[in-house]
Ligand binder design. Structure first.
Ligand code: ADP
Ligand code: ADP
Length: 222
């Protein structure tokens, strides 16, 4: 059975960081809706033009286009053994659409990791976030610095700060998370899929908590 995982949590919780590590350890792709949108922006596609106005304000891109973009990605060959979804779903409508999409493929979610962290830590994390322009690896000036300042450890690509990582937009993204995405915690808890992860621990500790949860799940449902 494919391993279909969701990483859920506010902006800055560590979803992208963990998704990259899990993707390598588990051998399944990391599918990040924010990265897909940023790629559209770079390529100047019509979808990128549309998404820009929402991303610049820290608002969500409308469900219909977001769902269509993710559908296209999940239908690609490399997702057949499973995916690690990061930043999607972000609304109840997206969660329902994902259920239908996976059901249509004869699949269902393995687990939803809810990365818990207090709001007061988020801005500090986001303010120090630097991302590799080449591979998307994520660093933090203080908590997770690259070996050589400004260069990615993996491919020496230049690191950049995201345009939407200004404090004003960060605060709006956190607010939007509480209004529109946090209800998904209940949605998945009711379905027995939610695994709560303490997100204020170190990067390796958070990874190990997730790996342990996957092993338990596999042991229970081989
Ligand atoms: P973060 O890493 O801070 O959580 P993301 O990279 O996931 O941010 O998202 C950046 C922006 O991309 C969001 O503020 C939003 O405008 C857009 N976006 C990403 N994923 C979604 C989604 N599932 N639904 C709607 N908009 C999204
Ligand atoms: P998200 O994808 O949820 O928005 P990121 O993975 O981009 O979050 O992480 C946000 C920032 O916090 C990055 O600079 C990252 O290096 C840092 N970070 C991630 N996990 C931890 C952790 N467990 N402890 C300290 N800093 C972390």
């Amino acid at each position: 059975m494919p391993l279909d995982l969701i990483l859920l949590g506010p902006p800055g919780a560590g979803k992208g960081t963990q998704a990259k590590i899990l993707s390598q350890r588990l051998g399944i792709p990391h599918v990040a809706s924010g990265d897909l949108f940023r790629e559209h922006l770079r390529q100047r596609t019509a979808l990128g033009q549309l998404a820009r106005q929402y991303m610049e304000r820290g608002e969500l891109v409308p469900d219909a286009v977001t769902i269509q973009m993710i559908r296209g990605r999940l239908e690609q060959e490399d997702c057949r053994q499973g995916v690690i979804l990061d930043g999607f779903p972000r609304t109840p409508a997206q969660a329902k659409a994902l259920d239908e999409l996976l059901t249509g493929m004869g699949r269902s979610l393995t687990a939803v990791f809810y990365i818990q962290i207090r709001d007061e830590f988020l801005i500090r994390r986001l303010a120090g976030r630097w991302t590799c322009q080449v591979c998307g690896a994520v660093y933090h000036v203080e908590f997770n610095p690259p070996r050589v300042p400004g260069r990615c450890d993996l491919d020496e690509g230049p690191l950049y700060q995201r345009e939407d990582d200004t404090e004003e937009i960060q605060r709006r993204r956190i607010q939007v998370y509480h209004e529109q995405t946090a209800p998904l915690v209940w949605f998945y808890r009711e379905r027995g899929l939610l695994v709560e992860i303490e997100g204020e621990r170190s990067v390796p500790e958070v990874t190990e908590a997730m790996i342990r949860a996957i092993q338990l799940q596999r042991a229970a449902d081989p």
